[in-house]
Design a protein around this ligand. Structure first.
Ligand code: UD1
Ligand code: CA
Length: 457
């Protein structure tokens, strides 16, 4: 270990023109979190690191996203995009103040594993002045090539546009992630020029400068799927797919059963307990925690956070959900609750053993332990202006096709007759029945048919 300080500089100034989006590229999401959020989480994994983010002018939304995930991070603006070295130097004040090690990450490469970052740090510990994360590319086109000597030390990084025919054959490529342990990193970056094919200040030139100063440059390698850079929406989808594959694998290895893993979508913060079973075609959005032994049946949609609310979604031990269920933010399902097909639950707490098995909307309310909500029940929570609550007591039985017009309370143990519209409170253990009185007219239908046939004939 070392007592040197560590700064992580995250480059996020790119506009991302190839996304064809009104949104800056790094705000596009993987698994329900922005790419920038993923990279900030990776950086935060190194506890003593000071994080800086370099953004472009006017990127207020990016600034907010930095504050959301890393309130302590410093934000710097790169005024003109003059190259990756220029971008790092936008954080000059931070680097001068710290005078320690520096790691550079790209905010549009959200898939690097913490282990790779750890390897990069330890290569500085073992004597490298500059260390680069490299990978063997199937197709190296467009990447900077890592030129190494016989002992594997790094000699230089040659950008594709500046490479000779021989150098173009090199398949060991620069991921863009670099680390520096230099007596004065700012002085080295200041020596970088822009005499190259793109007329840009290349961060990669730091390798040759450091070597001329007698320092060692090293390569740390990782799998290609860790260094995927996202420039377009099709690459965003590839990154999403890689992320999902990893997350499903981790879940299954920790004791979750997935019948068709390729059809299950998880989020960056999904928590799945042991012996959870997930059937095919299930989408789990952000903010969802699923307890042990829960069974999520096919075609269900669960989310604990959406554009309006981040109230979370919790499902306790042994509950069953779906098929075709929709669970929204603020839902808490107690142990052994059953939520069946075409049931939607939002901002509602269901106590253990409660059941709503078919065709129901439970919004803004509570359902007591063991209560049974019949098919077609609607919590009428919205009056066009305000959201109101329904409170359904323990052991209540709501007959099919009832409407509970909030605010309203159904006392413990009460019955509501099928088809009732309940607008005022129901006392515990009583029966509420709200129906028009039935009228029977014997033989009416037969007479009616006979009359109509006479008229036609
Ligand atoms: C860079 C590397 C290349 C590597 C590749 C991996 C350099 C000179 N080249 O090339 O060796 O193989 O990444 O993907 O570093 N950025 C800024 N400000 C700038 C310029 C860039 O913030 O002025 C950001 C971009 O938004 C992007 C990242 O830095 O996130 C990389 O820049 P880009 O121009 O895409 O570099 P490449 O040509 O891909
Ligand atoms: Ca790039």
């Amino acid at each position: 270990m070392t007592d040197r300080s560590l700064s992580i500089v995250i480059l996020a100034a790119g506009k991302g023109t190839r996304m064809y989006s009104r949104q800056p590229k790094v705000l596009h999401q993987i698994a329900g979190r922005s790419m920038l959020g993923h990279v900030l989480a990776l950086a935060s994994g190194i506890s003593h690191a000071k994080i800086s983010v370099v953004i472009g002018p006017g990127m207020d939304d990016v600034r907010k996203e930095v504050v959301r995930w890393s309130p302590d991070a410093s934000i710097f603006v790169q005024e003109n995009q003059a190259g990756t070295a220029d971008a790092v130097l936008a954080a000059r004040d931070q680097l001068v103040a710290e005078r320690g090690d520096v790691i550079v990450l790209y905010a549009d490469s959200p898939l690097m594993r913490p282990q790779t970052l750890a390897k990069l740090v330890s290569s500085l510990e073992s004597g490298a002045g500059v260390s680069v994360v490299g990978f063997e590319a199937d197709d190296p086109t467009g990447y900077g090539r890592l030129l190494t000597d016989a002992s594997g030390d790094l000699i230089a990084i040659r950008e594709h546009k500046d490479a000779s025919a021989d150098e173009l054959n090199v398949r060991l490529c620069n991921s863009g992630v670099m680390a520096f342990r230099l007596p004065d990193v700012v002085a080295v970056l200041d020596r970088i020029g822009n005499d190259n094919a793109k007329g840009e200040f290349y961060l990669t030139d730091a390798v040759e400068i450091a070597r001329r100063d007698g320092l060692k440059a090293a390569v740390v390698t990782c799998e290609m799927d860790e260094v995927l850079g996202v420039n377009s929406r099709d690459q965003l989808a590839v990154a999403e797919s890689i992320w999902q594959t990893r997350a499903r694998l981790a879940a299954m290895r920790a004791g979750v059963t997935m019948i068709a893993p390729d059809t299950v979508w998880l989020s960056f913060d999904t928590v799945l307990g042991q012996d959870v079973t997930i059937e095919p075609n299930v989408f789990i959005g952000p903010g969802v925690t699923v307890g042990e032994g829960v069974w999520i049946k096919a075609n269900s949609y669960l989310e604990g956070a959406d554009r309006k609310s981040a109230a979370g979604l919790r499902i306790d031990t042994g509950a069953e959900v779906g098929p075709f269920a929709r669970l929204r933010p603020g839902t808490e399902l107690g142990a052994d609750v059953h939520i069946g097909n075409f049931v939607e639950v939002k901002n509602a707490v269901l106590a253990p053993g409660a059941k709503a098995n078919h065709l129901t909307y439970i919004g803004d309310g509570t359902v007591g332990a063991g209560a049974n909500i019949g098919a077609g029940t609607i919590f009428c929570n919205y009056d066009g202006f305000n959201k109101n609550r329904c409170e359904v007591g323990a052991g209540v039985f709501i007959g099919s096709n009832s409407a509970l017009v909030a605010p309203v309370r159904i006392g413990d143990g009460a019955y509501v007759a099928a088809g009732s519209v309940i607008t005022t409170n129901v006392e515990p253990d009583s029966l509420a029945i709200v129906r028009a009185k039935r009228e029977d007219r014997p033989e009416w239908a037969a007479k009616y048919r006979a009359m109509m046939q006479r008229r036609k004939g």
